[in-house]
Design a protein around this ligand. Structure first.
Ligand code: HEC
Length: 501
């Protein structure tokens, strides 16, 4: 065999082995998670593998704990209720153990397990309304968003394929033709797509019935045209109309200079869209792991941006500056709020027309936020969460960020442990009247649909409408008043709806 072929063969084998190794490492990482390891080392003898307790230690999965079950209470129990604790338990490991117990108490599945889904049969009972969950359609690839149309059809954003339409009979049609390119050459890690160039959110203009505008966001991908031999991507928003199955009249509504495109995969891109009561459009851009830029207005990351519905930039945006004060790549003119981590949800309160968001924290610290123009949301200096390696989040301090907590906007709802919040909707319509204006919030890892009632910016009720359900990517109100929920699992998805009895 020629040496070139031999070398190639060796290279192919090496790359294959490396890919297998990485996949094995990631799929077994739950078992190596440090707080689990510490629990098995220091606590299991008295509290048991399943936290069921023993003669020498209390059960930690009991419905009620003697000393309280909120994370701060659990931390206090660990340090105060034991005469002997290993000296090497650092304060952050105590917090990680408290999170481990809290997560186990909530029976959070592992990320791999969370890709299993189960649609309940029969009646689901809840505080105000009993309902059934109806399967509308099985989807052909992993979805990111849905948007019901007035005629009963539903737009589906498929992460690695593009836009498609589910008809009123629940049949998913061919891909809409003529949209910007969506990239499918993507690898699959622990049930999730990892790649650059994905399809993101889809949203109708508030006056869709008269103007027909459909907005969607996607990760626009470039390579040589970005001046690099490897691909990079960045959120971009376009609008267009649907004529038969063709995407027509396209206009770019929000985009940034190619210098801002990054190699960080699109799973943390954000791209959620919402219109406020004045018809202005908001788009979320995730931190994309470039933490040092979250408080720099010239970059798009970790921000929520605002433009008019036609893409013009409002000159009253909080960081707006005239062209001669701006660099070509600066994004400051569209920045509305900043210091966000991964904003996976965005929705408008129909009572006020104001924008709210859901934000994924690290381990713990998922948030529901009311969005205020010019607001600093604190990440990565402040969070109630902890890093995945059981260490405190020190990124903000390491970067030299310095501002008091009082200058940040605190979450209206904090979720620690973190269910991995995804998108949400304010309930409206007459099918579930007792839920009027409540937030219906999806979650990925926790597989739970939450109902949260907020009055005067305070949570007054929180209920789990569905648990052990599936990874919920999106929740939307249909024009028929039913609640549409989008599940993603592995390489497919399910579209279901909640119907009252
Ligand atoms: C030698 C046995 C023993 C070990 C080891 C031990 N615990 Fe305990 N733990 C107990 C006992 C006994 C109590 C109840 C103390 C009391 O009521 O005064 C308790 C209480 C607790 C509580 C409060 C339970 C409640 O109902 O409020 C938590 C939480 C807890 N332990 C966590 C841990 C963690 C985490 C570890 C490992 C770092 C650990 N324990 C190691 C025996 C143990």
């Amino acid at each position: 065999m020629h040496w070139v072929f031999k070398t190639l063969l060796v290279l192919i084998v090496l790359v294959g082995a490396a890919a297998l190794g990485i996949n094995w490492y990631l799929s077994t990482s739950d078992a190596r998670e440090p707080s689990r390891v510490a629990y098995l080392e220091h606590c299991v003898g008295c509290h048991g593998v399943g936290l069921e307790g023993s003669e020498t230690g209390l059960p930690l999965i009991a419905p009620k704990l003697a000393y309280g079950d909120a994370v701060p209470k659990l931390m206090a129990s660990i340090t105060e209720q034991h005469e002997y604790l290993p000296a090497d338990l650092s304060p952050s490991m105590v917090k990680a153990l408290a999170l481990y117990i809290a997560e186990r108490r909530q029976q959070l599945p592992s990320i791999v397990e969370s890709h299993r889904h189960q649609i309940p049969e029969g009646v689901v009972q809840s505080q105000y309304h009993n309902f059934t969950v109806e399967l509308v359609a099985e989807l052909t690839s992993g979805p990111y968003a849905i948007e019901p149309l007035p005629d009963g059809r539903i737009l589906v954003s498929e992460k690695v394929r593009g836009l498609s339409v589910v008809d009123a009979q629940g049949i998913q049609g061919e891909l809409v033709e003529g949209t910007p390119r969506i990239w499918s050459e993507i690898i699959h890690v622990r049930g999730s797509y990892v790649g650059l160039g994905q399809m993101l959110d889809v949203e109708l203009h508030p006056e869709f019935l008269t103007n027909g505008w459909i907005y969607f966001s996607h990760a626009d991908r470039c390579q040589l045209d970005c001046g690099t031999p490897w691909p990079r991507s960045m959120v971009r928003v376009v609008r267009g109309r649907l004529a038969d199955n063709q995407w027509v009249d396209q206009e770019v509504i929000w985009s940034v200079h190619k210098d801002n495109y990054t190699v960080v995969p699109d799973g943390v891109a954000g791209g959620r869209l919402a219109f406020d009561g004045n018809g202005d459009l908001y788009v979320t851009v995730g931190g994309k792991s470039t933490y040092d830029n979250l408080h720099v207005m010239d970059t798009p990351y970790g921000k929520i941006h605002r433009v008019h519905g036609d893409g013009r930039i409002p000159t009253d945006n909080p960081f707006w500056a005239s062209d001669d004060e701006n660099t070509a790549a600066s994004t400051r003119n569209t920045v509305w709020s900043y210091g966000h981590r991964t904003t996976q949800g965005l929705s408008t309160d129909p009572r006020t027309g104001l924008i709210w968001s859901t934000e994924m924290g690290p381990r713990g610290g998922d948030e529901v936020n009311k969005i205020v123009g010019g607001g600093n949301y604190g990440w990565p200096l402040y969070t109630n969460g902890l890093d995945y390696d059981a260490e405190p989040i020190s990124i903000g301090e390491d970067l030299g960020l310095d501002f008091p907590l009082s200058e940040t906007i605190l979450p209206v709802v904090d979720f620690t442990p973190a269910p991995s919040l995804s998108n949400f909707v304010f309930h409206s319509g007459d099918q579930f009247p007792a839920w009027e204006n409540d937030l219906l919030v999806g979650s990925l890892r926790a597989q739970t649909l939450f109902r949260i009632r907020i009055e005067n910016d305070e949570v007054v009720e929180q209920e789990r409408l569905l648990t052990q359900f599936g990874r919920i990517r999106d929740v939307e109100m249909g024009f028929d008043g039913l609640v549409y929920v989008l599940l993603e699992h592995g390489e497919g998805g399910s579209l279901v709806r909640l119907a009252p009895l």
